[in-house]
Design a binder for this molecule. Structure first.
Ligand code: ADP
Ligand code: MG
Length: 290
């Protein structure tokens, strides 16, 4: 059980699972509105479905909507600010997902006025969550230029930069990569969102490979533009929970599998179903190379 004792202190009593340390990953971008929250919700949900204990921290205060994407907006009674102020315990601020109990949501604050989390606060918080044996701690972070960015990234060891294929977004992603490195985060991966293969074929959009090469950051995944993203946001049900996955759902699931080290290939955005099937065929029919 984890307790808040005073405004800035969080005390932990559970024995720590030393064999499975937490991975603390910040999800950020240079530009706002490129898909950080969508990525956090879908990748977080996928990792939980793979069986890991996951907590998603909503640290993008002004644009708090991770709760909406997960359909948990009515469940938030307390936030991390209440924990810091001694109003509640950390476990009271942790909202467990209705569908996957090993997925929890934690909001830093309900409004921007009360957002004065320091680096030390964030570090204490993440330490307490790691002592609660959350294997994956994903922080939905403000964009690089926004207030709170530096504090939100301070406890992270890894980062996922979300960008679209548009030049301003790529340029800002490059700047944020520099900011992350300047703050000691070198394990950085790239998620390219809202990819449209029709535009790429017409040479009206940069290809995934070109964006990756320009930025020189290892690729975690590429997510196609998909109107189902909006439908799923409105329903509060991440895409990866759909019975028949759409293209973007498959792509998010793939990215999550790659993040946890369960998959090393990329799906073909033009024929993802064939790609998955082909992989199965390869897996079962082709003898292993010695
Ligand atoms: P951020 O957290 O970076 O501000 P969001 O995840 O809130 O970005 O996404 C911004 C907007 O873009 C939302 O309206 C969302 O529904 C939309 N969006 C994100 N990813 C996609 C996608 N792959 N296809 C279509 N719309 C998307
Ligand atoms: Mg957001």
């Amino acid at each position: 059980m984890c307790l808040a004792t005073s405004s800035n202190e969080i005390v932990q009593e559970d024995p720590k699972d030393v064999e499975n340390p937490s991975r603390i990953i910040v999800i950020t971008s240079g530009k706002g509105g490129v898909g950080k929250t969508t990525a956090t919700a879908n990748i977080g949900m996928s990792i939980a479905r793979l069986g890991y204990k996951v907590v998603l921290i909503d640290a993008d205060i002004g644009l708090r909507n991770l709760d909406l994407l997960l359909g948990l907006e009515n469940r938030i009674l307390y936030t991390v600010m209440d924990v810091f102020e001694g109003q509640c315990r950390l476990d009271q601020a942790l909202i467990r997902d209705k569908r996957w109990k090993n997925l929890s949501l934690l909001s830093i604050s309900k409004n921007r006025q009360r957002y004065n989390v320091t680096r030390k606060n964030m570090q204490n918080l993440v330490k307490a969550l790691s002592n609660l044996n959350f294997r994956y701690i994903l922080i939905d972070c403000p964009a690089g230029i926004d207030v709170g960015f530096i504090n939100a990234i301070s406890p992270a060891q890894e980062a996922l930069i979300v960008t679209t294929s548009e030049i301003p977004s790529i340029r800002d992603a490059d700047r944020v990569a520099g900011l992350l490195e300047a703050n000691g985060i070198y394990d950085i991966k790239l998620l390219i969102n809202r990819v449209r293969s029709d535009l790429i074929q017409k040479k009206d959009m940069m290809s995934v490979r070109d964006v990756q090469e320009v930025l020189g950051i290892p690729l975690l995944g590429a997510i196609p533009e998909d109107h189902q993203v909006i439908v799923s946001t409105n329903r509060g049900e991440p895409l990866v929970l759909k019975k028949k996955l759409t293209l973007s759902g498959i792509a998010f699931e793939n990215a999550a599998r790659r993040l946890v080290g369960k998959q090393d290939y990329f799906i073909d955005l033009d024929s993802p179903y064939k790609g998955v099937f082909q992989k199965l065929v390869d897996w079962f029919l082709v003898p292993e190379k010695s």
